[in-house]
Design a protein. Structure first.
Length: 271
């Protein structure tokens, strides 16, 4: 089976995604972009591409876990990571169903949100487990004191950044269910980023190698998803739709980065 050259394909995909979405955010180019590629086309194709990225990420994440030996301590966390992406895939199926099949506005909250929220629980559990697995590996990944300091500093920074962002969302004049969902996603994103930042420090020991590329992709994916969720919550609470393409771009890039990470992991363990 011919392998996809991830390192060569990724820059091309990122360039195409930015070329589609960025002009829609800039008033001088928005009209021209609409003429070249109508919003109706982007709104149809975009969710399907996001679904494809998540499905690929989930498949390779779970296949990577299954390839590891049963006594490998990384096997469990990789199954959790694959489960996170599988649940996000199910959530994206729900988001695709409403506008493309049911031809109806997507409710908020919806059944898709249940899958996304459960997925976050697996993501956070996987990230924490990976920290302990790498700490026990014997590689020079830093001291426990350093990791605790990074986690505490990251948590404090997330709280400082999160409050001014979340406060307007909590006070937004929207239905309670919508408000709770809009608050839940940014909070879960910020929580997930705490162990992710610790993993960023840990993986510095592998700079230049495949492990660095794998975790760089996965952590970039988490960060981009967080930005997309926060932007969506903020602008939807304010009933501002003009930044919709920006949200879609961030989520698509995040899902694609996660797919690159799991594909690189599978490539690494099958070499």
């Amino acid at each position: 089976m011919t392998r996809v050259p991830v390192r060569r394909v990724a820059p091309v995909v990122v360039t195409i995604v930015c070329a589609v979405y960025v002009p829609r955010l800039l008033p001088p180019t928005a009209e021209l972009s609409e003429r070249l590629l109508p919003t109706s086309v982007v709104d149809t194709v975009g969710p399907l591409v996001r679904l494809a990225c998540l499905a690929v990420a989930a498949v390779f994440g779970l296949r990577s876990a299954a390839r590891l030996e049963r006594d490998n301590p990384a096997r469990g966390p990789w199954f959790l990571l694959g489960g996170w992406l599988a649940l996000f895939t199910l959530g994206q199926v729900g988001l695709v169903y409403y506008p493309l099949i049911a031809r109806a506005p997507t409710p908020l909250p919806s059944i898709a949100d249940a899958a996304f929220l459960l997925g976050y629980a697996l993501l956070i559990a996987a990230s924490v487990r990976f920290v302990f697995v790498y700490r026990a590996s014997g590689f020079p990944v830093g001291s426990a004191r350093e990791h605790l300091g990074i986690a505490a500093g990251a948590a404090a920074a997330m709280a400082i950044v999160g409050y001014p962002v979340l406060a307007p969302i909590a006070r937004a004049p929207v239905p309670l269910g919508e408000r709770l969902i809009n608050i839940a996603y940014p909070i879960l994103d910020l929580i997930a980023l705490v162990p992710a930042l610790v993993m960023l420090r840990i993986t510095r020991a592998f700079r230049g190698g495949k492990v660095w590329a794998i975790w760089g992709s996965l952590l970039a994916g988490c960060a981009l998803m967080a930005v997309g969720d926060i932007l969506f919550a903020f602008f939807s609470s304010a009933n501002v739709t003009a930044f919709g393409p920006g949200v879609d771009m961030m989520l698509l890039l995040g899902y694609f980065a996660a797919a690159c990470g799991t594909m690189l992991q599978y490539e690494t363990i099958t070499d």
